[in-house]
Design a protein around this ligand. Structure first.
Ligand code: HEC
Length: 212
């Protein structure tokens, strides 16, 4: 565009701080280095969107941050976890209701399918510390075939140890103080019982006293 022509065109517009009428073309009063600025009234659809967003923000800000009327994502996650934990606790209770030393030794450990399930989990996770022969060659965990049961030799005590991990007051395994993880956080009561069945099946003489 020819600058002189442009200049002429601008001269025709009113100079003011802002446009007051729809369709009115106004040139702002200020001018720097020959740069001039238009100020047209914005279209209504734009203004509605803009002020609508501002009003929405104020309402949302109040409801979400001040009044707590809208559930936060954090609350949603916390509630969902609480719900899952409740369901898990109920499932564990159900499993425990039908479980005792004799049932584990006489019913679970003698059932090939149950023992195989326990062995499957054992060889996926427990094997890392307790070894393929259960004798803990790397000393990362205790041997499970040395006829010594640090936290009790009853099947339910072994269940408890696997489910809840080393007791809080335990000093862990010397010399490192390594402890058992509470596997109940990862596995269901049924799966823990399957692992106990597998361990029993590898130590028949230790648990013979619970045989019917
Ligand atoms: C990260 C290593 C690690 C893994 C994986 C692990 N354990 Fe252990 N386990 C240990 C340690 C350490 C101890 C000794 C804890 C203590 O002394 O408090 C232990 C102890 C035990 C005991 C008691 C042994 C005894 O002689 O009294 C049993 C039973 C057991 N673990 C079963 C399992 C099962 C089943 C799994 C798989 C779900 C498993 N462990 C996975 C490290 C591990």
């Amino acid at each position: 565009m020819n600058p002189e022509h442009g200049q002429e065109e601008h001269e025709e517009h009113r100079r003011a701080d802002f446009a007051s009428k729809k369709g009115e073309i106004v040139l702002r009063k200020h001018e720097y280095d020959g740069i001039q600025e238009y100020d047209q009234k914005l279209p209504n659809w734009w203004l509605v969107t803009f002020f609508g967003a501002v009003i929405f923000y104020l309402i949302y800000w109040f409801a979400y941050y001040q009044a707590g009327l809208i559930e936060t994502d954090q609350d949603a996650v916390t509630n969902a976890i609480a719900e899952i934990q409740k369901e898990k606790a109920e499932a564990l209770e159900k499993t425990l209701a039908n479980l005792n030393d004799k049932v584990l030794v006489n019913e679970w450990a003698t059932d090939g399918a149950i023992v195989a399930e326990g062995e499957k989990i054992y060889s996926q996770v427990c094997i890392g510390c307790h070894g393929p022969e259960l004798d803990a060659p790397t000393k990362l965990g205790l041997s499970l075939v040395d006829h010594e049961w640090k936290y009790g030799d009853r099947p339910m005590e072994i269940f408890k140890l696997i489910n809840e991990g080393s007791p809080a007051e335990s000093k862990g395994m010397p010399p490192t103080g390594a402890k058992m993880i509470p596997w109940g956080a990862t596995y269901s009561g049924k799966q823990v019982a399957q692992m106990v069945a597998f361990i029993i099946s590898k130590n028949p003489e230790d648990f013979a006293k619970f045989k019917d």
